[in-house]
Design a protein around this ligand. Structure first.
Ligand code: AMP
Length: 377
C-alpha cells in the first residue's frame, strides 16, 4: 500500500482492507442477531455512491432476507461538507410501514443522516436503523441514534472503499487519508524597507513592489490618508505627526495587521516606515507567527545625517508635507529615529535578517542595489 494521488491531493494508507473486513463482519453479526427471526423483510437502503462497496460486503454476510433499495443524496463538494442535502436519485420503492436499515459509508457532521431519517419518517417507514461503516465522533452533532457503527475515525478526509475525492478514489479497497505533509503552504514575503526619514524608502518602494509583485505598506501613507479623511484616528495622529513624534504603537500595529488580513493577490508585502520601535518589531513577529509566517528580510537604506536634512527639504518643495516644512520638526524626527528606531538594527542583526545598503547616489543606482538584494529571497 503506497501513497495515491487524486486530482491535486495526495493520500496515504490509513485502514487496510483486512481491518475493514473484520469490522464489517462484526457489524453483520449484530444485524443477524437483530433481524434473523423477524417475519418481515427489511429494506437495506444503500446510500449511493459511497456505500456501494460497504453494502455489497455487508450483504454477503447477512443471513436474513432483505430487499435492496438505493438512494442518492449529496452534501459534499470537494473535501468540504456543504450542509445542504439534496436528493439526486430518489426512492424507487415504497417504504411505508417497512423497516429500513440505512447503509451509509460515513457519518461526518450528521447533516445527511438527519435529513435522510426525517425523509424516511415522512414517507411512513415503520422503523429506521442506521448502519455506517465509518463515524467521525468528533464531527458528529446529529441527534440520530447510530445503531451499527463498524469503525470510528478522527476528523480527517479519507478516500477509498467507496469513498471519493471529487468522484475519484472509490475503487481502492483500502482506505486512505489526506497526507498533510504533501500540502505545501505557499509562504508570503515580508520585506522591511528600513532607514532614517528621507533615506528614499518611499521613492524606492514603488519600483520594488512592481518588480517583486508585493503590496507597498507605508504606515506614514496610511496615517496621512486617515488625516486627509478627517477620521478619528487621523485626528489623533495629526498633532503627533506634525510635531515629529511617533503615533502610539497599537495604532500602527492594528493598521498593519488589518492590511495583512485583507490584501490578496500579491506575493508579499514591502513594509515602509514600520516597525519603528522594538515594541512594534515584536508585535510584527507575533502577528506573522499567528499566520505561520516570518519577516523575510530587512533592507536598510543608510545615508548620513546631513543628507537626511537635504533630502527632506527637497521633498518638502515637491510633496508639501507639513512635517517636512519645519526645521524643528525635522530635527525631532531625526532624534526620534536615533532614539527609538535605530535600536532595531541590533534587533534584526540578532535575528540574522539585517541587510544594509548604501542609500547614497542616484535613485537608479540605489534601486539596482535594492533589487539585487531582494531578488535573493
Ligand atoms: P513617514 O511617512 O514614514 O515618514 O511617517 C510620517 C509620520 O507618521 C512619522 O513621523 C510618525 O509620526 C508617523 N508614523 C509613521 N509610521 C509610524 C510607525 N510605524 N510608528 C509610529 N508612528 C509612525
Amino acid at each position: 500500500m503506497g501513497k495515491i494521488t487524486l486530482h491535486d491531493k495526495t493520500f496515504k494508507p490509513f485502514i487496510s482492507y483486512s481491518e475493514i473486513e473484520k469490522a464489517i463482519g462484526q457489524v453483520a453479526d449484530k444485524l443477524n442477531k437483530d433481524f434473523e427471526n423477524s417475519d418481515d423483510i427489511p429494506i437495506l437502503l444503500c446510500t449511493l455512491n459511497g456505500a456501494i462497496m460497504f453494502t455489497s460486503e455487508l450483504m454477503k454476510r447477512l443471513n436474513f432476507i432483505s430487499e435492496l433499495v438505493t438512494i442518492k443524496l449529496s452534501s459534499y463538494s470537494g473535501t468540504e461538507s456543504t450542509g445542504q442535502v439534496s436528493q439526486v436519485i430518489g426512492l424507487t420503492t415504497d417504504v411505508k410501514d417497512r423497516r429500513v436499515i440505512v447503509v451509509e459509508d460515513i457519518v461526518d457532521t450528521g447533516t445527511t443522516i438527519v435529513a435522510l431519517k426525517q425523509f424516511l419518517q415522512a414517507q411512513g417507514a415503520r422503523e429506521i436503523r442506521i448502519c455506517t461503516l465509518l463515524l467521525k465522533p468528533d464531527s458528529y452533532h446529529g441527534n440520530v441514534k447510530l445503531d451499527y457503527v463498524a469503525m470510528e475515525i478522527p476528523n480527517d478526509f479519507i478516500v477509498g472503499f467507496g469513498l471519493d475525492y471529487d468522484n475519484l478514489g472509490r475503487s481502492f479497497k483500502d482506505i486512505y487519508v489526506l497526507d498533510s505533509d504533501s500540502i505545501q503552504k505557499k509562504h508570503m514575503k515580508y520585506f522591511i524597507l528600513f532607514g532614517p526619514p528621507g533615506a528614499g524608502k518611499g521613492t524606492q518602494a514603488s519600483a520594488m513592489v512592481e518588480n517583486f509583485h508585493l503590496c507597498h505598506l507605508s504606515t506614514g501613507d496610511l496615517l496621512r490618508k486617515e488625516m486627509a479623511a478627517g477620521s478619528e484616528l487621523g485626528l489623533k495622529a495629526k498633532a503627533l505627526i506634525n510635531a515629529g513624534e511617533l503615533v502610539p504603537d497599537e495604532i500602527v500595529e492594528g493598521m498593519i495587521e488589518n492590511q495583512f488580513n485583507t490584501v490578496t493577490g500579491v506575493d508579499g508585502f514591502l513594509l515602509d516606515g514600520f516597525p519603528r520601535t522594538i515594541a512594534q518589531a515584536e508585535a510584527l513577529n507575533g502577528i506573522l507567527a499567528k499566520k505561520g509566517e516570518e519577516v523575510t528580510s530587512v533592507v536598510s537604506l543608510m545615508i548620513p545625517d546631513e543628507m537626511i536634512k537635504e533630502r527632506i527639504s527637497h521633498r518638502a518643495a515637491i510633496e508639501g508635507r507639513a512635517d517636512d516644512a519645519n526645521e524643528e520638526v525635522i530635527a525631532n524626527r531625526i532624534r526620534t529615529y536615533h532614539d527609538k528606531t535605530e535600536p532595531l538594527i541590533a534587533f534584526y542583526k540578532g535575528a540574522g535578517k539585517y541587510n544594509e545598503i548604501d542609500g547614497t547616489g542616484t535613485i537608479e543606482e540605489v534601486r539596482g542595489r535594492i533589487a539585487d538584494l531582494m531578488s535573493k529571497y
